[in-house]
Design a protein around this ligand. Structure first.
Ligand code: ZN
Ligand code: ZN
Length: 257
C-alpha cells in the first residue's frame, strides 16, 4: 500500500491510498482542481481513484467532494447519518452515493470503521486493509473512544490527529466558545492526548506514525512532534525514523506500507 496526504489541517484535508493500480481518497476538503493537480504532480493519474470516503460532513473534509465525484465519475461513501448532513446530497446523482457497510470492498481494499467523538452527526475513523497490511486513519476526535481503541490494533501505519497545544489554544486568539469547542469531548485531540493514545496503541513496537490535522493557529509541527516523540522513544532510540508531521498545504512524505 502507498499513502500520502495532499493537505492536512483545519483548512482542508485529503489523503490518498493506493494498492496496485487502484486508489481511494479519504476526505476532499480542498478543491477538486487542486486534488487533481496535486495527484498529477505526485505522479498519480486521477483516473486510478475509484472512490472517495468522507469521515464526516465538516467543510474542511468535503469542500471539493461533489465536484470531484462528478468529474471523475466515482462514488462518494459516508456513514448513513452523514448523508443527511451533506449539503450536496440532494444534487449528487444517486449512482454516486453509497453508505459505509461493514463488508465494504473497493478493489483490493477492505475497511474497519470506528466512532470518533466529534461535533458531527456520525463521524468515523477507519482502518484501510490491503495486501495484508493495516493503515489506521483518525482525525477530528475530542476524546479517545472505545471503538478507536478496539479498531486501531496491530497497525502497520497510523495517521493520527494532533490538533492543538493546550497552552497555545488557551492563550491564543480564538473566542472563548471556540476554545471550549476545540478542547471539548467532541472537538479535537490535543498533542498530549495524541501522545497518550499512541503509547497505549503501541505497547511493544513502533509503527510509522503521521501526525495530522494540526491547527495552524494553536499548534506548530515542532510542538506536536516534541509532545508525541516520547511516546515512541520508549520503543525506539530513533523516533525520527518513525514519526512525521503532515504539512498543512502540501503533500506529506509518501509511505510504502
Ligand atoms: Zn476537520
Ligand atoms: Zn471536523
Amino acid at each position: 500500500m502507498e499513502f500520502f496526504t495532499l493537505a492536512s489541517s483545519s483548512a482542508g484535508n485529503c489523503a490518498f491510498v493506493k494498492s496496485g493500480d487502484t486508489a481511494i481518497l479519504i476526505d476532499a476538503g480542498i478543491s477538486a482542481a487542486r486534488i487533481e493537480q496535486t495527484l498529477r504532480a505526485q505522479g498519480e493519474d486521477p483516473a486510478c481513484v475509484v472512490a472517495l470516503l468522507l469521515t464526516h460532513e465538516h467543510t474542511d473534509h468535503i469542500a471539493g467532494a461533489a465536484r470531484l465525484a462528478e468529474k471523475l465519475g466515482i462514488p462518494v461513501l459516508a456513514s448513513p447519518k452523514t448523508w443527511g448532513a451533506l449539503p450536496f446530497a440532494a444534487e449528487l446523482p444517486e449512482s454516486l452515493k453509497r453508505e459505509f457497510t461493514y463488508d465494504l470492498r473497493l478493489g483490493p481494499f477492505t475497511f474497519e470503521f470506528c466512532k470518533t467523538s466529534h461535533d458531527a452527526v456520525q463521524p468515523v475513523g477507519l482502518v484501510v486493509r490491503a495486501e495484508g497490511r493495516r493503515l489506521g486513519y483518525v482525525t477530528d476526535t475530542g476524546a479517545v473512544t472505545r471503538g478507536m481503541l478496539h479498531t486501531l490494533r496491530e497497525l502497520d501505519a497510523l495517521v493520527l490527529e494532533a490538533n492543538h497545544d493546550r497552552r497555545m489554544l488557551a492563550e491564543g486568539p480564538y473566542a472563548p466558545f471556540l476554545k471550549r469547542r476545540v478542547a471539548g469531548e467532541r472537538g479535537h485531540l490535543a498533542n498530549d492526548q495524541t501522545a497518550a493514545l499512541l503509547a497505549s496503541l503501541l505497547p511493544d513496537k513502533p509503527c510509522p506514525v503521521m501526525l495530522a490535522h494540526l491547527s495552524e493557529t494553536n499548534n506548530t509541527p515542532e510542538a506536536a512532534y516534541r509532545a508525541v516523540a516520547p511516546a515512541l522513544r520508549r520503543l525506539t532510540e530513533r523516533p525520527e525514523d518513525w514519526l512525521t508531521v503532515a504539512p498543512a498545504h502540501e503533500p506529506s512524505v509518501r509511505w510504502q506500507i
